[in-house]
Design a protein around this ligand. Structure first.
Ligand SMILES: [Zn+2]
Ligand SMILES: [Zn+2]
Length: 149
Protein backbone atom coordinates (compact mmCIF):
# COMPACT_ATOMS: atom_id res chain seq x y z
CA UNK A 1 0.00 0.00 0.00
CA UNK A 2 1.33 3.36 -0.91
CA UNK A 3 0.72 6.28 1.33
CA UNK A 4 -2.10 8.57 0.36
CA UNK A 5 -1.68 12.24 1.00
CA UNK A 6 -4.74 14.40 1.04
CA UNK A 7 -4.07 18.01 0.46
CA UNK A 8 -6.47 20.37 2.10
CA UNK A 9 -6.33 24.01 1.30
CA UNK A 10 -7.32 26.09 4.24
CA UNK A 11 -8.65 29.23 2.64
CA UNK A 12 -7.40 32.57 3.82
CA UNK A 13 -9.43 35.74 3.98
CA UNK A 14 -8.85 38.86 1.91
CA UNK A 15 -6.03 39.97 4.21
CA UNK A 16 -4.25 36.60 3.97
CA UNK A 17 -5.33 35.29 7.39
CA UNK A 18 -6.40 31.72 8.10
CA UNK A 19 -8.95 30.88 10.77
CA UNK A 20 -7.76 28.76 13.68
CA UNK A 21 -9.61 27.36 16.66
CA UNK A 22 -8.15 26.88 20.12
CA UNK A 23 -8.51 23.26 21.26
CA UNK A 24 -8.97 24.38 24.89
CA UNK A 25 -11.56 27.16 24.76
CA UNK A 26 -12.82 26.54 21.19
CA UNK A 27 -12.53 30.22 20.36
CA UNK A 28 -11.53 31.25 16.90
CA UNK A 29 -8.80 33.63 15.88
CA UNK A 30 -6.75 34.23 12.78
CA UNK A 31 -3.08 34.33 11.88
CA UNK A 32 -1.46 35.06 8.56
CA UNK A 33 -0.79 31.98 6.47
CA UNK A 34 2.90 32.86 6.39
CA UNK A 35 3.20 33.01 10.19
CA UNK A 36 1.11 29.89 10.77
CA UNK A 37 3.25 27.87 8.35
CA UNK A 38 6.53 29.40 9.44
CA UNK A 39 9.11 26.80 10.54
CA UNK A 40 10.01 28.61 13.74
CA UNK A 41 6.41 28.55 14.93
CA UNK A 42 5.78 25.19 16.59
CA UNK A 43 3.38 26.14 19.34
CA UNK A 44 0.78 28.84 19.16
CA UNK A 45 -0.68 30.47 22.25
CA UNK A 46 -4.39 31.05 22.20
CA UNK A 47 -4.91 34.84 22.31
CA UNK A 48 -7.94 34.37 24.62
CA UNK A 49 -6.97 31.73 27.20
CA UNK A 50 -3.20 31.83 26.71
CA UNK A 51 -2.79 28.05 26.47
CA UNK A 52 -0.36 26.42 24.04
CA UNK A 53 -1.69 24.58 21.02
CA UNK A 54 0.30 22.60 18.48
CA UNK A 55 -0.27 23.67 14.89
CA UNK A 56 -2.39 20.64 13.98
CA UNK A 57 -4.59 21.09 17.04
CA UNK A 58 -5.76 24.41 15.72
CA UNK A 59 -7.82 23.20 12.80
CA UNK A 60 -11.40 24.37 12.95
CA UNK A 61 -14.36 21.99 13.02
CA UNK A 62 -15.15 23.02 9.45
CA UNK A 63 -11.71 22.03 8.22
CA UNK A 64 -11.85 18.68 10.03
CA UNK A 65 -15.22 18.01 8.45
CA UNK A 66 -13.71 18.80 5.07
CA UNK A 67 -10.88 16.32 5.70
CA UNK A 68 -13.46 13.67 6.55
CA UNK A 69 -15.48 14.35 3.38
CA UNK A 70 -12.44 14.15 1.12
CA UNK A 71 -11.27 10.91 2.71
CA UNK A 72 -14.76 9.41 2.46
CA UNK A 73 -15.11 10.38 -1.21
CA UNK A 74 -11.73 8.88 -1.95
CA UNK A 75 -12.73 5.57 -0.37
CA UNK A 76 -16.05 5.56 -2.21
CA UNK A 77 -14.39 6.16 -5.56
CA UNK A 78 -11.91 3.34 -4.89
CA UNK A 79 -14.79 0.96 -4.09
CA UNK A 80 -16.61 2.04 -7.26
CA UNK A 81 -13.48 1.48 -9.35
CA UNK A 82 -12.97 -1.93 -7.83
CA UNK A 83 -16.56 -2.92 -8.55
CA UNK A 84 -16.26 -1.64 -12.13
CA UNK A 85 -13.21 -3.80 -12.63
CA UNK A 86 -14.84 -6.82 -11.07
CA UNK A 87 -17.93 -6.42 -13.19
CA UNK A 88 -15.83 -6.17 -16.35
CA UNK A 89 -13.67 -9.18 -15.59
CA UNK A 90 -16.62 -11.38 -14.70
CA UNK A 91 -18.73 -10.36 -17.69
CA UNK A 92 -19.43 -13.40 -19.87
CA UNK A 93 -18.18 -15.78 -17.20
CA UNK A 94 -20.43 -18.81 -17.26
CA UNK A 95 -19.71 -19.86 -13.72
CA UNK A 96 -20.13 -16.67 -11.82
CA UNK A 97 -22.93 -14.26 -12.28
CA UNK A 98 -22.16 -10.90 -10.80
CA UNK A 99 -24.55 -8.13 -10.27
CA UNK A 100 -23.23 -4.99 -8.76
CA UNK A 101 -25.16 -2.82 -6.39
CA UNK A 102 -25.66 0.85 -6.60
CA UNK A 103 -22.63 3.05 -7.00
CA UNK A 104 -21.56 4.85 -3.88
CA UNK A 105 -22.34 8.51 -4.00
CA UNK A 106 -20.00 11.39 -3.45
CA UNK A 107 -20.48 14.01 -0.81
CA UNK A 108 -20.13 17.58 -1.87
CA UNK A 109 -17.02 19.33 -0.76
CA UNK A 110 -18.15 22.18 1.36
CA UNK A 111 -16.78 25.56 0.61
CA UNK A 112 -14.92 26.74 3.63
CA UNK A 113 -15.42 30.26 4.65
CA UNK A 114 -15.34 32.32 7.75
CA UNK A 115 -17.36 35.45 8.11
CA UNK A 116 -16.77 36.27 11.71
CA UNK A 117 -15.93 39.90 12.22
CA UNK A 118 -12.43 40.26 13.64
CA UNK A 119 -9.93 42.98 14.31
CA UNK A 120 -6.24 42.97 13.55
CA UNK A 121 -4.00 43.30 16.60
CA UNK A 122 -0.25 43.61 16.38
CA UNK A 123 1.44 42.62 19.65
CA UNK A 124 4.52 44.79 20.19
CA UNK A 125 6.67 41.82 21.33
CA UNK A 126 6.69 39.68 18.18
CA UNK A 127 5.34 42.13 15.62
CA UNK A 128 3.26 39.44 14.00
CA UNK A 129 -0.38 40.32 13.42
CA UNK A 130 -3.30 38.33 14.78
CA UNK A 131 -7.02 38.79 14.22
CA UNK A 132 -9.29 38.38 17.22
CA UNK A 133 -12.81 39.23 18.22
CA UNK A 134 -13.17 43.01 18.68
CA UNK A 135 -13.96 42.89 22.41
CA UNK A 136 -10.90 40.78 23.26
CA UNK A 137 -8.78 42.90 20.94
CA UNK A 138 -9.62 45.96 23.02
CA UNK A 139 -9.19 44.18 26.37
CA UNK A 140 -5.78 42.81 25.50
CA UNK A 141 -4.78 39.39 24.23
CA UNK A 142 -1.99 36.88 24.69
CA UNK A 143 0.58 37.06 21.92
CA UNK A 144 0.10 33.86 19.89
CA UNK A 145 3.85 33.51 19.36
CA UNK A 146 5.35 34.11 22.80
CA UNK A 147 2.34 33.97 25.12
CA UNK A 148 2.87 37.39 26.69
CA UNK A 149 -0.20 39.41 27.57
ZN1 LIG B 1 -8.06 29.21 24.06
ZN1 LIG C 1 5.01 37.93 21.32
Amino acid sequence: MSEIVFKIDIPSDDDGFVTLQCSFCNSKFKLTTADFQSDDVIYIFCPYCGLQNEGNELLTDEVLEQVHTIAQNYMNSRVNQFMDGLEKSLRGNKHISFERGKKLGMEDDKVLFEREEMEIVQPTCCKRPVKTKPLEASLGIYCPFCGVK
